[in-house]
Design a binder for this molecule. Structure first.
Ligand code: 13P
Ligand code: SF4
Length: 304
C-alpha cells in the first residue's frame, strides 16, 4: 500500500507540475517522494528556485508561508493544515514593535520559525543552520533575538562581541529535554557521540559533541568515524540516519523527542494534496508578503 501510494504520488506530481518539499522531520515514506528534503534554510532556498507551478510543503505552516513569500506566483499548499509550529506564534508584532521603540538601534533578528505577520516587523531571519553566520554578518552590534531563548543563548555564547536581548520563547519539543535526560542517554550509551539541535536547553547543548541544524546533525553523523550516536533532535532524524547508515547505531536522546505538529502529516495527506483533494492553499495579502519577504531575502543574502 505505501509503495502503491508513493508511485501514484510520483505520477501525479509530474502530471500536475507539482514539486514536493519535505522537512527532514517528515517520515521516511514522505521523504522518499519529495523532490527535495532538508532543514529550514535549505527549504527556503529551494522554495525560490523550484521550477514547478505548484509546491506542496510537507512541514509546518511557517515553512509554507516562506515558500509563498518567495514565490507569490506559485500555488503553495500545506499538505496538512493542522501542522503549525507553536513557537512561531509565541509573540505578536505589537510586542516586538514596543520593544523596538524601547531599544532604538537594535536589529530585530527573527528565527524563521515565526509567522509571516511577525516577520513584517523584523530586520532579518535566521535558521538554526544560518544563525551564527548571519548574526556575525549583520552590521548591528545590538540584537533583539526572537523567539527562541535557547537558540538565542547558543548564538550569544558564540558571538561574545555582540550584545543580545533575548525573549522567553522556544520550542516545546526540544525544551522538554532536560540535563537529566541527556545524562541518562549518555550513561546508557557511553561510547556514543551526542549530537544536539540548538533549540535544546543550554545545559543539554553544553554536553554535546556537535551542535547543529537537522541537516548539520545528519551530515556530521554520516561523515563521522564514530559508530554510535545519541540524536538530540526530533526522532525522525534517528530513523533517517538508521536508513542511510545501516552499519552505525542511532539512539534518541529521549522517546519523548517528538514534534506532534511535524508528525501530523501523513503520506495520505501528501497524496490528497497532490491530487487537489486536500491540504490548504496558502493565501497571503501582498502588503504582508512584501513586508515579510525582506527579512527572508536578507537571510538568503547573508547566508550565502
Ligand atoms: P532546522 O532549521 O534544523 O530544520 O529546524 C527546524 C525546526 O523546526 C527545528 O525544530
Ligand atoms: Fe516548532 Fe519545535 Fe516542532 Fe520545530 S520541533 S516545528 S520548532 S514545535
Amino acid at each position: 500500500m505505501i509503495k502503491e501510494m508513493q508511485q501514484e504520488i510520483l505520477r501525479l506530481k509530474k502530471e500536475r507540475d507539482a514539486c514536493i518539499l519535505a522537512h527532514s522531520y517528515m517520515s521516511e515514506e514522505i521523504c522518499e517522494v519529495a523532490d527535495f528534503t532538508g532543514d529550514s534554510y535549505a527549504l527556503s532556498v529551494k522554495a525560490k528556485t523550484a521550477p514547478q507551478s505548484t509546491v506542496i510543503m510537507c512541514g509546518v505552516r511557517f515553512m509554507a508561508e516562506t515558500v509563498k513569500m518567495l514565490s507569490p506566483q506559485k500555488k503553495v499548499v500545506l499538505a496538512n493544515p493542522d501542522a503549525g509550529c507553536p513557537m512561531a506564534e509565541q509573540f505578536d508584532k505589537e510586542i516586538i514593535e514596543q520593544l523596538k521603540e524601547s531599544l532604538p538601534g537594535y536589529a530585530v533578528v527573527a528565527y524563521v520559525n515565526t509567522t509571516a505577520e511577525l516577520k513584517t516587523v523584523c530586520d532579518v531571519c535566521v535558521t538554526s543552520s544560518s544563525a551564527l553566520k548571519i548574526c556575525r554578518a549583520i552590521p548591528q552590534k545590538d540584537i533583539i533575538f526572537i523567539p527562541d531563548i535557547n537558540l538565542g543563548t547558543y548564538v550569544a555564547n558564540n558571538i561574545p562581541e555582540k550584545n543580545f536581548k533575548l525573549l522567553h520563547g522556544g520550542c516545546p519539543t526540544h525544551a522538554r529535554m532536560t540535563k537529566a535526560d541527556a545524562l541518562k542517554a549518555k550513561a546508557a550509551h557511553p561510547g556514543a557521540l551526542f549530537l544536539v539541535h540548538p533549540e535544546c536547553r543550554p545545559e543539554v547543548v553544553e554536553l554535546a559533541d556537535y551542535v547543529g541544524s537537522t541537516t548539520g546533525i545528519m551530515e556530521y553523523a554520516q561523515k563521522s568515524d564514530g559508530k554510535e550516536f545519541i540524536i538530540g533532535t526530533e526522532n525522525a532524524i534517528v530513523q533517517h540516519l538508521q536508513f542511510r547508515c545501516p552499519g552505525k547505531k542511532f539512539y534518541p536522546l529521549s522517546k519523548d523527542l517528538l514534534c506532534h505538529n511535524m508528525k501530523v502529516t501523513t503520506l495520505a495527506d501528501v497524496y490528497d494534496a497532490v491530487r487537489g483533494k486536500g491540504g490548504e492553499e496558502i493565501v497571503m495579502d501582498e502588503k504582508t508578503r512584501l513586508a515579510a519577504v525582506r527579512c527572508i531575502e536578507k537571510m538568503i543574502e547573508y547566508g550565502g
